[in-house]
Design a binder for this molecule. Structure first.
Ligand code: ATP
Length: 240
């Protein structure tokens, strides 16, 4: 599916008296690959969870391809594939069974799902060996299963939270390539603490600090050095 756009307008999430996130106006164009970076607690996961209707906004809304996330029209769900954390997995299944479950939710037959999984076999590597249950996989290999579950349906938006964490170097390189070259023009929204991978994958980088967007920059050959300097200086709102 070609990429779909996403907008966030007056979007906030408040816990008690603190804003975990406050985005006045953000537009992500169809086909952009957007990296979300920021210190621990900056609000990255909060934004991704709001974009998937996993938490309710305090104010505002996310609109995906013209459909309000969390509204009565559920059509946005088939436009997004996502893996945020192990809570997305079904531990008592084998990876292949999990893929068929996910594929089925997107209207894919078992045969189509199995055929698509083949594309990801080099990335999955040991995760498919021995017919093990997801619960018996290492952290990194279980993460690969979740990531492939997000990529498999070929949606117009792919959302991943820290997908490079726990992956071995070869899998990291393979995932960079998958996200950069093999998503069929999908919009990609990916958070990461690894600046190398963000720059390696993304066309645009958003920096969050204390729940606010403090930088929004196209990814250029200078971006890595700029981000490094920014985070060496603390990576906070005051340092922007
Ligand atoms: N359920 C909750 N109740 C109260 N505060 C919360 C809750 N969930 C998140 N927060 C707070 O919201 C803020 C943003 O958290 P979030 O998980 O979005 O940050 P993050 O940028 O993803 O951090 P990290 O890099 O550590 O994963 C933090 O201050 C966090 O403590």
């Amino acid at each position: 599916m070609p990429g779909v756009p996403l907008t966030a307008t007056d979007l906030s999430k408040r816990y008690g008296t603190a804003d975990a996130l406050r985005l006045d106006d953000l537009t992500i164009e169809a086909g952009e690959r957007v990296g979300l970076v920021g210190n621990n607690g900056a609000g990255k996961t909060t934004f991704l969870r709001l974009a998937l209707d996993l938490i309710e906004p305090t104010t505002g809304a996310v609109v995906l391809d013209g459909i309000r996330v969390g509204g009565p029209d559920l059509g946005w769900k088939h436009r997004v594939g996502a893996y945020l954390d192990a809570g997305f997995l079904v531990d008592f299944l084998r990876p292949q069974e999990y893929f068929r479950l996910v594929g089925g939710a997107y209207g894919m037959s078992a045969a189509t799902t199995d055929a698509r999984v083949e594309r990801f076999r080099p990335f999955l590597g040991a995760a498919l060996e021995g017919g093990r249950l997801i619960r018996d996989l290492s952290l990194g290999n279980a993460g690969k299963v979740g990531i492939v579950g997000a990529l498999l349906p070929g949606t117009g938006l792919v959302v991943l939270d820290e997908p490079f964490a726990n992956l071995d170097p070869g899998a990291r390189i393979a995932l960079e390539r998958l996200l950069r070259e093999d998503t069929g023009g999908a919009t990609v929204l990916v958070s990461s603490h690894d600046l190398d991978h963000v720059v390696g994958v993304c066309t645009r980088v958003l920096v969050l600090a204390d729940g606010q967007l403090v930088r929004d920059t196209p990814a250029t050959p200078d971006t890595h050095a700029e981000l490094r300097a920014f985070f060496e200086a603390g990576g906070g709102a005051m340092a922007a």
